[in-house]
Design a protein around this ligand. Structure first.
Ligand SMILES: C[S@@+](CC[C@H](N)C(=O)[O-])C[C@H]1O[C@@H](n2cnc3c(N)ncnc32)[C@H](O)[C@@H]1O
Length: 205
């Protein structure tokens, strides 16, 4: 069984969804299957976006793509400049890769700003996936900007909530104590996602 999992991890990693482990795939299927609207922050090459479009009714995915100058934080800018050089993901390239999927809308903007510019109604997002700026400040900006867009009972997934990304872990630890969301699911080494549900507390206060 271990070998089978390792083999599947290898195949998934090498050939299709390079940024996801098998456990990540399971988490996405669990939370996104049947969702009406999924928003993904951080598209990169659109590999996960394609998978999401097979699970959900509508997918909006946001990235700066080739407009890297929109990223203000110098460390993050440097990180994603290198990532871009490795996997060039101009908007035109990614749009072309996903052209056969009719239920995807790509938005080229900084992820926190897109909460306003993407014209998504409040409380309409069933699943929000945060996977763009992995610094504490950047991930928190994304969470804060997008929380009003998430439906009550909607799901928020943070990717890369593991020791290599201490800012994401710190934010998730803080949110575990927040009245606005509650964490669901046992933490597991099979997935780097941490998952929260938006609760009513904020509405009733
Ligand atoms: C880890 S990759 C996303 C991987 C993608 N979700 C997947 O599973 O294949 C992060 C992406 O976020 C983008 N990004 C980073 N910070 C951003 C920001 N503040 N606004 C918009 N895009 C950002 C980068 O350009 C990069 O493509």
């Amino acid at each position: 069984m271990r070998l089978l999992n390792d083999l599947l991890d290898y195949i998934v990693g090498q050939y299709s969804l390079a940024n996801l482990s098998l456990g990540d795939l399971e988490a996405l299927v669990e939370h996104c299957q049947g969702a009406e609207l999924v928003v993904e922050l951080g598209t990169q090459m659109g590999n996960t976006t394609r998978l999401l479009s097979m699970l959900a009714g509508q997918v909006v995915s946001v990235d700066v793509f080739d407009k890297l100058s929109l990223i203000e934080d110098p460390d993050q800018s440097e990180t994603y400049r290198k990532d871009y050089d490795l996997h060039p993901h101009d908007l035109a390239i990614v749009s072309g890769r996903l052209a056969d999927r009719r239920n995807i809308r790509l938005v080229q903007d900084r992820t926190d700003l897109a909460a306003k510019t993407a014209q998504i109604p409040d409380k309409s997002v069933d699943v929000l996936i945060i996977d763009a700026d992995h610094s504490y400040t950047g991930a928190k900006k994304d969470y804060t900007a997008w929380l009003p867009k998430v439906a009550i009972g909607g799901t928020i997934l943070f990717h890369d909530a593991v020791s290599g990304f201490p800012g994401v872990v710190r934010l998730c630890d803080e949110l575990a104590e927040s009245p606005d969301v509650f964490e669901i699911g046992a933490r597991s080494c099979r997935t780097s996602f941490r998952t929260f549900k938006k609760c009513k507390a904020k509405e009733s206060r």
